[in-house]
Design a protein around this ligand. Structure first.
Ligand code: AP5
Length: 202
């Protein structure tokens, strides 16, 4: 399965990506985690991304494409650039703009691969703010400060939310109510993906 998780900051994409990845035995690929490692280890990409991320803005599309291309052509995911049979992935945090979605589609097409589903995490903004301010106390992520969370939400609504209609138009969208307990949301995702797989097979 090649699955994209789409949703606002704090909607639970990372939490659920790990669960689905275990259940389906495919890697969970988080662009946010990859960027945070790059920042921590001060790679050239990390140096460019640090300030952008701390302000809650998006890292430029061309840098993100390089990162995702390199990761998804590794053997465990095997998508694009003639990497052979695609094994699949749960992608958390990419694509995040329409141009990212378009170049991603071309990358998959290099292998004759397509996405199977795009799970959209539906959570109202006040719940997101509450979750992220809770995490700010525990994990101390630099971009969980209230003013940065507001900017991340603004950027999400402006640049990423249009992907909901984009993927709906392609018949790939699985919308999930992501308010509720982690297990409850996991079950909704499982049911949504199963329904989507049945549609795809019909
Ligand atoms: P990224 O790390 O992707 O941040 P995000 O989308 O803002 O997502 P989060 O990790 O904050 O939230 P999540 O939806 O994964 O929720 P989580 O499971 O953690 O990206 C960070 C930055 O990197 C971006 O701002 C940007 O600068 C850059 N970037 C990344 N990808 C990019 C791209 N493609 N293009 C350009 N720039 C890019 O859960 C959140 C909290 O809620 C946790 O504390 C969790 O324990 C809790 N929680 C989870 N589920 C539940 C539940 N059901 N009920 C209650 N609490 C819950």
């Amino acid at each position: 399965m090649r699955i994209v998780f789409l949703g606002p900051p704090g909607s639970g994409k990372g939490t659920q990506a790990k669960l689905v990845s275990q259940r389906l035995s495919v890697p969970a690929v988080s662009t946010g985690d990859m960027l945070r490692i790059a920042v921590r280890t001060a790679t050239p990409l990390g140096m460019k991304a640090r300030a952008v991320m701390a302000q809650g803005e998006l890292v430029p599309d061309d840098l993100m494409f390089g990162l995702i291309r390199e990761r998804l052509t590794q053997a465990d995911a095997g998508a694009g650039a003639g990497a052979g049979a695609s094994k699949g992935f749960v992608l958390d945090g990419y694509p995040r703009t329409i141009p990212q979605a378009e170049s991603f589609e071309k990358l998959l097409a290099e292998d004759g691969a397509v996405l199977d589903a795009v799970v959209n995490f539906d959570v109202p903004d006040p719940v997101l703010v509450e979750r992220l301010s809770g995490r700010a106390d525990v994990e101390r992520r630099a971009d969980d400060r209230p003013e940065t969370v507001r900017e991340r939400l603004r950027v999400y609504h402006e640049k990423t939310e249009p992907l909901v209609n984009y993927y709906r138009g392609k018949g790939l969208l699985v919308s999930v109510d992501a308010v509720g307990g982690i297990d409850e949301v996991a079950q909704r995702i499982e049911r949504g993906l199963a329904a989507r797989a049945r549609q795809g097979a019909a």
